[in-house]
Write a protein that binds this ligand. Structure first.
Ligand code: IVH
Length: 665
């Protein structure tokens, strides 16, 4: 077998196993066998770049090259649907269709998936482009990100039209959403309000490895093209399912208005048991011929309508407001409620966000409050039933002035909604929270230590801060509750292994307010070691891409605290990585610092992606479109005429490939 044949064989097998696993839920091989096969293919592809294939299963792993999305015009505009919340309007729609068609018709009833819409183009059975809705006329090309979604086929089976589009919804399943928010909560990052925001935020991520890790899903519901297999919309989707697309198994055809309402009423309740969010039902005239006869208004088709479910709301009593202290000292007020049934779960607590919200609601203890879940997983209080207030109305809720955990006076920064406890080095939940963040997977990745173990170690005085972890011995912990020789050894080994974690993740692990993963990466690229960072002034910090006043101030404030400097010293003495390795330093310069560069055309020496990488490694920024702020256009052969004209008009310099390479030499 030639190398090429071997590669093709591996690709075909991996496509098949991917389908078995993600679409049929029926894997034939173990995860390990799958991973091994994938690794084998990756190695071969790396050794033989001449056999590159944009649709190889390895493309699903993502790449962490930054990208600015290209805007692409939709071949068919992406329209929205007329919305209604009323059953009468559903009847009106049905009657309108009947009058206009004056013949028998069927209505295809579908779930309205609540994610972010996507248009996929397939040519010769291969995914060639994935574009977001954008403004309906043009959207962002997010193909690389979409390729990481396992339920979207990269290559199709069976016989399909040579060229077609298929549209659908990209979703984040509830379980993934909840897990992601739990992780975000630990890191004190802002939570995603609902799976829809999480899905669209993820899809727009600049880093496709992040997209790959988020386990997005997709349902396809609209086929477009010149040569579709059937006249029925429903039938087309069934055929598309055979090509490898994930279509909803809950789609039904209705032959009467009564059947339409049966579908609506069934799903209004049953949707709570679905793994993904839905916010209504979509009704579509099934025959494409009839669709064509009915046509479109300026904004939406006359052959379809969306019936939206009412967001669920419940009325219950507010018993108490308690306050949580997070890792960086943020105080979150929480409403404690009489338990109430809402969207399938029992709600006892709801976030009150901040002091302003409490004030705005004019909240009193004992009030009857409205709780809503809508698309949001964390219930919120949307109002107070003031009529239900009796003579016995409780006290007005006043935001606390002191930390409920350590008694320190709270502070509130100019222009910020949240209150903070400033006692970062001695307030127990802040200390424990910092340790939990430090050991988390994306930080130091210390296995075997969870929040309960951290809590126990803390209570027993074994650890008071993150540096104490590196002093732990098997002998100290093996006799503790739920521990044993083996798990104690695992923990100690895992702590030791974390000494190899690279500089950027160590920076992230320190838990400096506003220094998330991305910012930590940028810092690690710009500073050779922690001393350089400790000594940087405001100007120096703000000169780094993505670091503004707020982050810079937070870094300064962190290092102005002697306790933090001492902690870093102790961690350094324990052997953690506080400088970039030679490998990370390799090839980084600031020759293009502060420059915004557009790439256009075809190149001979490197690929476009490589040029993007080169620009970033040299401190520049690759941007998608030309504006007056563009420093220059890196132009290969056949630069687009529209881009050329725009550059000339704005007086933006055009730099050839060779000139560019000389520039960064
Ligand atoms: S059909 C021209 N079907 O709802 C009609 N849309 O406001 C094209 N959606 O942008 C859309 N589930 O993001 C259709 N089963 C479904 C849908 C659905 C969710 C979304 C879609 C669209 C919006 C319509």
């Amino acid at each position: 077998m030639t190398i090429k044949e071997k590669i093709d064989q591996l690709r075909a097998e991996l496509h098949r196993h991917n389908y078995n696993y993600y679409m049929l839920n029926a894997p034939e091989i173990s995860d390990k066998e799958f991973d091994d096969m994938m690794r084998k293919l990756q190695d071969l592809e790396k050794a033989h770049p001449e056999f590159l294939d944009e649709n190889s299963p390895t493309m699903r792993v993502g790449s962490d090259l930054n990208k600015n999305f290209m805007q692409v015009a939709h071949k068919y505009p992406m329209l929205s649907l007329g919305n209604t919340y009323s059953e009468n309007e559903v009847t009106d729609f049905y009657e309108r269709v009947r009058k206009a068609l004056n013949e028998d018709f069927e209505i295809c009833c579908e779930l309205k998936y609540d994610g972010t819409s996507i248009s996929l183009t397939y040519e010769d059975g291969k995914l060639v482009r994935a574009v977001t809705r954008g403004d309906g006329e043009k959207g962002d090309d997010v193909t690389d990100n979409v390729k990481t979604i396992r339920t979207i086929p990269l290559v199709l089976h069976g016989s399909y039209p040579k060229l077609f589009e298929i549209r659908g919804e990209i979703l984040m399943p509830w379980t993934v959403f909840e897990e992601l928010n739990r992780e975000k909560e630990i890191r004190e990052e802002p939570l995603f309000a609902n799976p829809r925001n999480a899905a669209s935020g993820t899809l727009k991520s600049q880093n496709s490895t992040i997209v790959a890790s988020r386990r997005l899903d997709a349902y396809l519901y609209y086929l477009l093209g010149e040569e579709l297999p059937c006249d029925g919309h429903y039938e087309n989707l069934q055929v598309a399912a055979n090509w490898g697309f994930k279509t909803s198994e809950h789609t039904r055809k209705a032959r009467s208005l009564k059947e339409v309402f049966e579908y609506i009423n069934y799903w209004d309740k049953e949707r709570k048991n679905l793994p993904v969010a839905t916010d209504g039902i979509v009704l579509k005239v099934n025959s494409l011929k009839q669709q064509k006869n009915l046509g479109f208004t300026a904004k939406s088709p006359r052959w379809a309508i969306a019936y939206k479910f009412q967001a669920e709301r419940a009325l219950t009593r507010l018993n108490k407001v308690s306050y949580q202290v997070g890792r960086t000292g943020t105080i979150t007020p929480v409403a404690n409620l009489d338990p109430v049934q809402l969207s399938g779960t029992i709600v006892k607590r709801a976030s009150l966000h901040n002091a302003d919200i409490i004030e705005g609601l004019d909240l009193h203890i004992g009030d009857m409050v409205y709780v809503e879940k809508g698309g949001e997983i964390i219930p919120k209080i949307t109002g107070v039933d003031k009529d239900a207030r009796s003579m016995l109305i409780g006290e007005k809720v006043k935001f606390i002035t002191h930390c409920p955990e350590c008694g320190s006076r709270l502070i509130r920064f100019e222009g910020e909604a949240a209150h903070y406890c400033p006692n970062e080095t001695a307030c127990p939940p802040q200390i424990k929270g910092k340790i939990e963040h430090f050991i988390s997977r994306k930080a130091m990745n210390i296995d075997g230590l969870g929040p309960e173990t951290v809590d126990m170690f803390y209570r027993l005085g074994l650890i008071r801060d993150t540096a104490d972890l590196y002093q732990l011995k098997v002998a100290n912990i093996k006799t503790l509750e739920r521990m044993g020789e083996k798990s104690a050894e695992n923990i100690i080994n895992s702590i030791a292994a974390s000494k190899e974690v690279p500089f950027d993740r160590v920076l992230f692990a320190l838990g400096i307010r506003f220094v998330g993963e991305t910012v930590a990466k940028k810092i690690a690229k710009s500073f050779a070691d922690i001393e350089e960072l400790e000594n940087a002034d405001l100007e120096k910090l703000k000169s780094i891409d993505e670091i503004g006043d707020k982050i810079a101030q937070s870094i300064l404030s962190y290092f102005s605290n002697p306790a933090n400097r001492e902690l870093v010293e102790r961690l350094k003495t324990s052997g953690l990585q506080f400088s970039r390795t030679e490998e990370e330093l390799d090839g980084y310069t600031d020759k293009l610092a502060g420059q915004s560069i557009v790439i256009s055309g075809v190149f001979t020496h490197h690929s476009r992606d490589e040029y993007k990488n080169i620009i970033e490694k040299n401190g520049g920024k690759n941007v998608g479109s030309i504006s007056s702020k563009t420093s220059f256009v890196l132009a290969g052969e056949n630069m687009g005429p529209a881009k050329l004209e725009k550059a000339q008009k704005l007086g933006v310099k055009i730099v050839s490939e060779d000139e560019f390479l000389a520039l960064i030499l």
